[in-house]
Design a protein around this ligand. Structure first.
Ligand SMILES: Nc1ncnc2c1ncn2[C@@H]1O[C@H](COP(=O)(O)OP(=O)(O)OP(=O)(O)O)[C@@H](O)[C@H]1O
Length: 319
């Protein structure tokens, strides 16, 4: 379990982490989300003793990281996959780490296998691709068979097979009752990998909730409807206080009425329906709503001409 209480970090006039309190529970995968500069890496660094809090504290399994006698056995960490001597082989790197904690060579071989690195274990890390480096970083995090894992952007640079591997690995670690805390900017992946998320913006906790609650809270129910008489249906639904947006010449997106209420209203008005689909929101939508005010680095909006040009390019490309 990871517990932060009033955790604060200032660098000169910048407050990177601003009075954060949260608990990362065992037995589930907890995602750590936030825009660039929100304070995620700083929080993770303080959690593993690489930075000292200005105020407050963060503990892992009840103790500060530095108070753990054999931290590798307690907490597995992937913070910067590139922080490996490029002249060493993967096996040498892991063996050297293992030696500091009395971890056996058999365990080194095990994590090499788990990470799918057997064929490159005796190659120099300097020649590794980004994805292989990530796998090595994850192998190192698993070395001490720790109860708690902290993984900063673990899928960064991984191919789809690697992304799936990380998802399955973190799920099985959580199912074994371990604490798994991971950050990623890939919302679709986070929605699949995490049970619970902590969303931060400008150093503060904006949400700390199950993924499903966050999505549900951010969205009223939306329903997609298609009908050959969409204009008539639109008038019928508006008369029942629904908000209706035409999304095509025969399709509508409706909020304010459930799918069954829309079906009933259409039947009463004798309007044929060709589609009636409740649309779930996405974690990305929920995240963008939550962090709208807290984005430090905002892109300039594209004008409609550019957007239109891009959309038609994309359409062309997908044919
Ligand atoms: N060593 C440092 N010295 C000065 N400022 C720092 C330092 N480390 C981080 N910061 C600042 O603290 C803030 C939080 O940075 P942090 O890297 O923790 O954010 P992040 O959420 O991990 O961002 P990203 O998603 O881009 O990795 C930023 O404004 C950053 O510029």
């Amino acid at each position: 379990m990871i517990e932060a209480q009033g955790l604060t970090k200032r660098y000169g006039s910048t407050t990177a982490v601003d009075d954060m309190s949260f608990t990362v529970e065992p037995g589930r995968v907890t995602g750590f989300l936030g825009p660039n500069g929100a304070g995620k890496s700083t929080t993770m660094r303080m959690t593993v003793g690489l930075d000292a809090p200005t105020k407050g504290n963060v503990t892992v399994n009840g103790r500060r990281y530095v108070e753990h006698g054999a931290p590798l056995r307690e907490i597995g960490v992937l913070l910067d996959a590139k922080a490996v001597h490029p002249g060493r082989t993967a096996r040498n790197h892991l063996t050297a780490m293992a030696a500091t904690h009395g971890i056996s060579r058999t365990r080194v071989d095990e994590v090499i296998d788990i990470a799918g690195l057997a064929s490159v274990a005796d190659k120099r890390v300097g020649g590794f691709s980004l994805g292989m480096g990530q796998r090595l970083g994850i192998a190192a995090a698993l070395l001490g068979d720790p109860q708690t894992l902290i993984l900063d952007e673990p899928v960064n640079g991984l191919d789809p097979e690697g992304v799936l591997w990380v998802r399955r690995l973190t799920r099985s670690l959580a199912d074994q009752g371990r604490t798994v805390f991971l950050s990623s900017h890939l919302m679709s992946e986070m929605a699949l990998a995490a049970d619970h998320v902590i969303v931060v913006g400008r150093g503060r906790v904006l949400a700390d909730a199950p993924v499903s609650d966050l999505i549900a809270a951010a969205h009223g129910e939306r329903v997609r409807v298609a009908s050959p008489h969409a204009d008539h249906l639109e008038a019928v639904l508006r008369s029942r206080q629904a908000t209706v947006v035409a999304t095509g010449h025969d399709s509508l997106e409706v909020t304010g009425l459930s799918a069954s209420q829309i079906g009933d209203a259409a039947a009463e008005a004798r309007v044929a329906l060709h589609e009636l689909t409740a649309i779930g929101g996405s974690l990305e939508d929920a995240y963008l709503q939550l962090t709208a005010e807290d984005v430090e680095f905002r892109s300039a909006p594209m004008d409609t001409h550019e957007t239109g040009a891009m959309a038609s390019q994309n359409e062309g490309g997908s044919r």
